[in-house]
Design a protein around this ligand. Structure first.
Ligand code: C2O
Ligand code: CU
Ligand code: CU
Length: 508
């Protein structure tokens, strides 16, 4: 029986009144609610992913070396956990590059099965994208190269093998890719700027949830009644459980990445302090947005600046997210969960930090009025517009040098979000209304509340390739693996899309 059917029978046949009564469904119901508020001992110092070293080749290109391999990682005290990592036992180093630089990444596969590495949020040619059409066979190296051409942003990388992404990311393959852009770096006037000392006042915060068995090993089984796949009850940040961060400056920037398979977080602090949201997926916001909560679905990023007083402590917590689902789906999608994430511990004396700039970046302004094309995407039942992912099918072609409007709607009361490769988009409207402040900047992934249309403007300026597609998909990794994904190519004006092989190309 399909899980969806089971869920419906469970709900219809037992009825809401009986859910708490201690029957099987009642047990699943109550065990599905996770609350770790005040129950996490923050006694391990937060690990900071190292910056990946790079060398220059003869052409002056910046070259990184990454190798994915199995390892053993101390995810929590006791027995080490069998994991996968990149240049280490869990997660990977932080790559960093500046606008205008040409980079090459030598990606070696030290696993016993094919994988890939996708540069999430990056504007680059489709052949360099690291999606399902660029598998790296065991023992092989794949060496994509491209020129960084987008604003400063917190991007990330992770595997994207067709149907296997959830498992590969869950085992530990992921990392940050930070882009700098000196021309758009805010500040200077009046000495205002954003904290920017990596690992000191500019901190990567890669948030993931795990389920560990009694022997500390990753439980990868699909939970009962779940329509979103794996939800864990143990939080790790940068691969550390129970993490605390010593703070030595008055202000810190946290680069939050939701690198979880399915869980959506609604971040805030336990004392409900206000923080400044300064950046989202594709870069800095037009201006800091002062708020007490920021919600991130899988794949989304947020940069926040937090101000601390000497000697104080506060805890970054995830409050029950606003998923917009019916009560049953809400509970089994983590909608009722509260989870403690990371403790901030300010030193007795703090070095002063510069004031926050009032203006950060120019707001996206794609000329949406004269967009050439208007497309609709309806997500339901692991498919988009009724079609499930087919590696050999190119769903549509986009003409190079055009701006398009995509209207995306989740229509099945299940949790989804929507991610597009190659470009950052501008959110034009949410349910017919202007976007809220947190959606005012460039985005590549957006949470889609059921029944609400999201209108996005996307510009495809360059990198045409009539046979090699880019992906668009739900970033709930279980959904993505089940086929909630499609492919498009960017063609020269007037050119017809080619056909794609559907398999991988070969690598040296
Ligand atoms: Cu972060 Cu197509 O993925
Ligand atoms: Cu992506
Ligand atoms: Cu989905």
């Amino acid at each position: 029986m399909k899980r969806r059917t089971m869920l419906k029978i469970g709900l219809g046949g037992v009825g809401a009144a009986a859910l708490g009564a201690g029957g099987t469904v009642g047990w699943w119901w109550s065990s599905a609610d996770i609350d770790t508020a005040g129950r996490v001992a923050f006694n391990r110092r937060l690990a900071i992913p190292p910056l990946a070293p790079a060398h220059r080749d003869a052409k002056g290109h910046k070259v990184f070396e990454l190798r994915a391999a199995p390892g053993e990682h101390r995810l929590r005290p006791g027995r080490p956990t069998a994991t996968w990592g990149i240049n280490g036992t869990y997660l990977g180093p932080t790559l960093r590059a500046t606008r205008g630089e040409t980079v090459r990444v030598n990606v070696r596969n030290g696993l016993r099965e094919p994988t890939s590495l996708h540069w999430h949020g990056m504007h680059l040619p489709a052949r360099m994208d690291g999606g399902p059409h660029q598998p790296v066979e065991p023992g092989r190296t794949w060496s994509p190269t491209w020129t960084i051409d987008q604003p400063a942003a917190t991007l990330w990388y992770h595997p994207h093998p067709h149907g296997e992404t959830a498992r590969h990311v869950y085992r530990g393959l992921a990392g940050l890719f930070i882009l700098d852009d000196p021309k758009t770096e805010p500040g200077g006037s009046g000495g205002s700027s954003l904290p920017n000392h990596y690992g000191i006042d500019d901190i990567p915060v890669i948030v993931q949830d795990k389920r560990l068995d009694d022997g500390n090993q990753l439980d990868e089984s699909h939970p009962r009644l779940s329509e979103v796949g794996l939800l864990g009850d143990v939080i790790c940040v940068n691969g550390t459980t129970g993490p605390y961060l010593p703070v030595t400056t008055e202000r810190i920037r946290l680069r939050l990445l939701n690198a979880s398979n399915a869980r959506t977080y609604r971040f805030g602090f336990t004392d409900d302090r206000t923080f400044a949201l300064v950046g989202t997926d594709g870069g800095l916001l037009p201006a800091p947005h002062r708020t007490t909560r920021i919600q991130l679905s899988p794949g989304e990023r947020a940069e926040i600046v937090v101000t601390l007083r000497p000697g104080e402590r506060t805890v970054l917590r995830s409050y029950p997210p606003d998923l917009g689902l019916n009560f049953m789906n809400n509970r089994f999608s983590g909608g009722d969960d509260t989870m403690d994430i990371l403790e901030l511990r300010a030193a007795r004396t703090l070095r002063p930090s510069p004031r926050l700039p009032d203006h950060l970046a120019t707001a996206p302004a794609l000329a949406a009025g004269n967009a050439a094309v208007d497309r609709k995407f309806e997500m339901a039942n692991f498919s988009i517009n009724g079609k499930s992912m087919d590696m050999r099918r190119i769903d549509f072609a986009v003409g190079r040098d055009t701006t398009e409007i995509w209207e995306v709607t989740a229509i099945d009361d299940n949790q989804h979000n929507f991610h597009v490769h190659d470009v950052q988009f501008q959110v034009l409207s949410v349910g017919g209304k202007p976007p809220p402040p947190e959606l005012a900047g460039w985005k590549d992934t957006i949470h889609t509340r059921p029944g609400t249309p999201y209108r996005l403007a996307l510009r495809f300026a360059d990198h045409s390739d009539r046979t090699m597609p880019y992906m668009y998909h739900c970033h709930i990794l279980y959904h993505e693996d089940q086929g909630l994904m499609g492919q498009f190519v960017v063609t020269e004006p007037g050119e017809k899309p080619g056909s794609t092989s559907g398999g991988g190309s070969h690598h040296h």
